[in-house]
Design a protein around this ligand. Structure first.
Ligand SMILES: [Zn+2]
Length: 276
């Protein structure tokens, strides 16, 4: 026999459902430039706190480059991309999104690792293995623009929110988040924990990747770097593939379709580049 819930229990469930629904609806915010709506359940302050801790862990475990010419190149490109993203977000009415970012750019000495990433809060790492493929500042701006784009589009928050939703369902989620801070830090480590491995554990989705390509092109153009360099950068990255593809390719596959997509976005980015 099917148990019929008592009226108060039923009312409680309805209320809980409505509360979680409104919680989720209010947690949807649009992504700058593409205006796609994404699910952002984790409070930004919580995310940046975890991010700063993990970033410091990575720096402690890594050997930082002492090649000052290269380190200053990474910081120069990073700062120009950061300034461009602040300008872009203010123009798009999203200025508050990254007002609390504490930008930091470090070059990790590791020639075998072709990778770069940006954690929420503006914490960026570039590995020395990326530099030969980047070739110059413009090439580096392609990759850093793309990585910073993931952060300002809050893709990490979205990825964590999807994980939380899958784990707890719509009803249990608001309760789980409110009552147990460990829940979000576990999901954060799944998404960003660098641990013994290098780089991100979970790749971004295809939608997030093409969104980061799009926003990244606008950022580099706004920062004064020629967006046409993105096509050749990705071709060089692909050419590095083969039997031992770089880490960057394992989370950023660059098939022909992706390069074609980037080509189709170049005219828009060139307008931004020329309008500076
Ligand atoms: Zn990406």
């Amino acid at each position: 026999m099917k148990a019929v819930p008592h009226a108060p229990v039923k009312r409680f469930r309805q209320l809980a459902f409505l509360l979680s629904l409104s919680f989720i609806l209010f947690s949807c915010a649009s992504v700058p430039v593409t205006e796609r709506r994404g699910l952002h359940l984790v409070p930004d302050s919580e995310l940046t706190t975890m991010s700063y801790q993990e970033y410091n862990n990575v720096l402690k475990k890594s050997k930082l480059s002492t090649d000052m010419a290269k380190v200053s190149m990474v910081r120069r490109v990073g700062q120009r991309i950061a300034t461009a993203s602040e300008q872009l977000l203010v123009e798009k009415g999203h200025g508050d999104d990254i007002r609390n970012y504490k930008w930091e750019f470090n070059l990790i000495e590791d020639d075998k690792t072709v990778n770069a990433w940006c954690m929420p809060g503006g914490k960026v790492a570039v590995y020395t293995g990326l530099l030969p493929i980047a070739q110059d500042e413009n090439g580096l701006a392609v990759v850093m623009g793309h990585e910073v784009a993931h952060a300002i589009a809050k893709h990490g928050n979205e990825r964590m929110s999807q994980g939380l939703l899958a784990q707890f369902g719509a009803i249990g989620l608001s309760v789980a988040l409110a009552g147990n801070p460990g829940v979000t830090s576990d999901i954060f480590m799944q998404a960003y924990g660098v641990g013994a491995q290098v780089g991100f554990l979970l790749p971004y989705s295809r939608i997030q990747e093409s969104e980061a390509d799009h926003i990244g092109l606008i950022l580099m153009a706004k920062a004064g770097y020629d967006p046409r360099g993105a096509v050749v950068l990705w071709q060089r990255m692909n050419a590095k593939g083969g039997a031992h593809p770089p880490e960057f390719l394992s989370t950023h596959p660059a098939p022909e379709s992706r390069i074609r997509n980037i080509e189709s976005l170049i005219p828009e980015a060139m307008q931004v580049y020329k309008a500076r």
